[in-house]
Ligand binder design. Structure first.
Ligand SMILES: Nc1ncnc2c1ncn2[C@@H]1O[C@H](COP(=O)(O)OP(=O)(O)OP(=O)(O)O)[C@@H](O)[C@H]1O
Ligand SMILES: [Mg+2]
Length: 388
C-alpha cells in the first residue's frame, strides 16, 4: 500500500484549460452545437430558479469542480507526457513501454477523473484546426460497452469517430476500418475507459483478438496511435500477457489504508471543507476514529471519499450552516447506503464489522443470496450470486 500525500502545487500544466470535445460538429471556438443546446436549456432552468437555491447550487458546483492532486498524479502526468512525446519517434516495429498507458484501480479510486483532468491540460491532445481549416480532435474517448466483445469494442471506437458502421460489419472488418479512420481523422490518442468490460468475460480467443487489436493499433507503420486505458482489475492482469507487456506501462491507483493514510485524509477533509467550501469542520471531524469510519464507509477509495465529503458539504450548504458535522456524514451514509439506522458506519459501535457495499440488503435479499449459493453450488461466485 503506498502512502499518498497531497500535491501542494499543480503538476506543471499551463494555466489555460482546454476543454475537450468529441468528433461532433464544432463551431468557431471549438464548441459543439450539442454543448450550445444544452447550455441554453440549462440557462432556462437557471432563470426560473429561486436565487438563493441557485447561489447554493453554484457554490456546490464550484466545490465539486475542484481537482485534488495527490502523489500519484505526478507519475501519471509524467507517463502521459512521455506517451505523447513518443509519437514523434520514427515508427519501428520494436516494442516500447510508452505505447499503452493503463490506470488500474477499483471503482471510485478516481481513474476517470484523473485522466480527464490531465488530458484536458496537455496541449498536444486538444482539438485544433489543421492546414485546411478542418477541426481535428487528436484524442477520442471510448467507453467499453457492457457486455463487450472485440467486435463491439471496435464499433464503439468507430462511433466515437462519428462513424455509423453497417449493422453486419464483421469483427476484423470493424478493426480494420477503425485503424484506417483513425488515420483519416488524424487521431493519435485513444482513451478507453471501463476497459475491463472488454476482457472480464472474454474467452481465450476474444482476449487474444483484443490483445492483437491493441498491438496493431499502436504499431501502424504510417500513423502513430497511443492507447490510454482505465479500468478495474483484472485489466492489469490482461496487460501482463506476453503480447502486450513490453508495450505498456501500468499505473496502479491503490486503495487507501487506514493506518497509512490518516494524514492524507485529514488534509483532504480540511481542503474540501475549509478551502473549497469556505466552511468549518465541527468537533470530531479531525479525529482518527472519524477518519477510520469514513475510510471504511467508502471502501478505502480516494474518489469515493471525496464524493462523500462533498455530499456532507452539500447538506451543510443547503441548510445554510457554517459548519460540517458528523451528523452530515451520518445522513449522507444513510442515503448512499440505504442502511438501517442501527447499522450506520458513522455511529455503530461495531462499525468495522459492517459491510458498506451490502448495507442496503434486507433479510429477503440475504435469503435470496443464500438460496442462490445453494443452487449454484461450486459454480457460485460473488457475481453470480450478487449480480453487479
Ligand atoms: N483527484 C480528485 N479530485 C477531486 N475529485 C476527485 C478526484 N478523484 C476522484 N474524484 C471524485 O471521485 C468520484 C469518483 O471518481 P472516478 O469516477 O474518477 O473513479 P473511477 O476510478 O473512474 O471509478 P469507476 O471505476 O467506478 O469508473 C468522482 O465523483 C470524482 O469527482
Ligand atoms: Mg471511471
Amino acid at each position: 500500500m503506498s502512502e499518498h500525500t497531497i500535491q501542494s502545487k499543480q503538476t506543471g500544466h499551463n494555466d489555460e484549460v482546454n476543454i475537450m470535445t468529441t468528433a461532433a460538429e464544432v463551431s468557431e471556438f471549438g464548441q459543439t452545437n450539442d454543448e450550445k443546446r444544452s447550455r441554453a436549456a440549462i440557462d432556462r432552468v437557471r432563470g426560473l430558479m429561486d436565487p438563493r437555491l441557485l447561489a447554493a447550487a453554484d457554490r456546490l458546483a464550484a466545490v465539486n469542480g475542484r481537482y485534488v492532486p495527490i502523489t500519484r498524479d505526478k507519475p501519471l502526468l509524467g507517463h502521459l507526457k512521455a506517451l505523447v512525446a513518443s509519437v514523434t519517434a520514427p515508427p519501428t516495429g520494436k516494442p516500447d513501454k510508452r505505447r499503452i498507458l493503463a490506470v488500474v484501480g477499483k471503482s471510485g479510486a478516481g481513474k476517470t477523473t484523473a485522466l480527464a483532468e490531465h488530458i484536458a491540460r496537455i496541449p498536444e491532445m486538444q482539438a485544433y484546426r489543421d492546414e485546411d481549416g478542418i477541426w481535428i480532435h487528436p484524442t477520442i474517448f471510448i467507453e467499453a460497452p457492457s457486455p463487450c466483445t472485440p467486435r463491439l469494442l471496435a464499433i464503439a471506437g468507430l462511433e466515437a469517430l462519428g462513424h455509423a458502421p453497417p449493422d453486419r460489419i464483421r469483427e476484423n472488418e470493424a478493426w480494420l476500418l477503425f485503424r484506417r479512420l483513425l488515420k483519416v481523422h488524424k487521431v493519435m490518442f485513444v482513451v478507453i475507459d471501463e476497459c475491463q468490460n472488454a476482457i472480464e468475460t472474454a474467452s481465450v480467443r476474444q482476449a487474444t483478438v483484443i490483445g492483437d487489436a491493441f498491438k496493431h493499433l499502436t504499431q501502424m507503420s504510417d500513423w502513430p496511435v497511443r492507447l490510454i486505458l482505465a479500468g478495474v482489475p483484472p485489466l492489469a492482469s490482461f496487460l501482463a500477457r506476453k503480447q502486450l507487456y513490453n508495450r505498456r506501462t501500468v499505473i496502479p491507483f491503490d486503495s487507501l489504508d487506514t493506518a497509512g493514510n490518516q494524514g492524507l485524509l485529514s488534509e483532504v477533509l480540511r481542503i474540501v471543507i475549509e478551502d473549497h467550501a469556505n466552511l468549518e469542520m465541527a468537533e470530531g471531524l479531525d479525529d482518527e476514529d472519524f477518519r477510520s469510519r469514513l475510510l471504511h464507509a467508502v471502501d478505502a477509495e480516494f474518489g469515493s471519499g471525496l464524493q462523500m465529503i462533498r455530499a456532507a458539504v452539500e447538506r451543510a450548504v443547503l441548510a445554510d450552516r457554517r459548519s460540517v458535522t458528523k451528523d452530515d456524514f451520518k445522513a449522507v451514509y444513510a442515503s448512499f447506503s440505504g442502511c438501517k439506522p442501527t447499522m450506520n458506519v458513522f455511529d455503530a459501535p461495531d462499525w468495522a464489522e459492517l459491510n458498506p457495499a451490502t448495507a442496503l440488503l434486507r433479510a429477503e435479499d440475504r435469503a435470496w443470496e443464500e438460496e442462490r449459493k445453494r443452487t449454484k453450488g461450486k459454480e457460485a461466485t460473488i457475481r453470480s450470486v450478487r449480480p453487479q
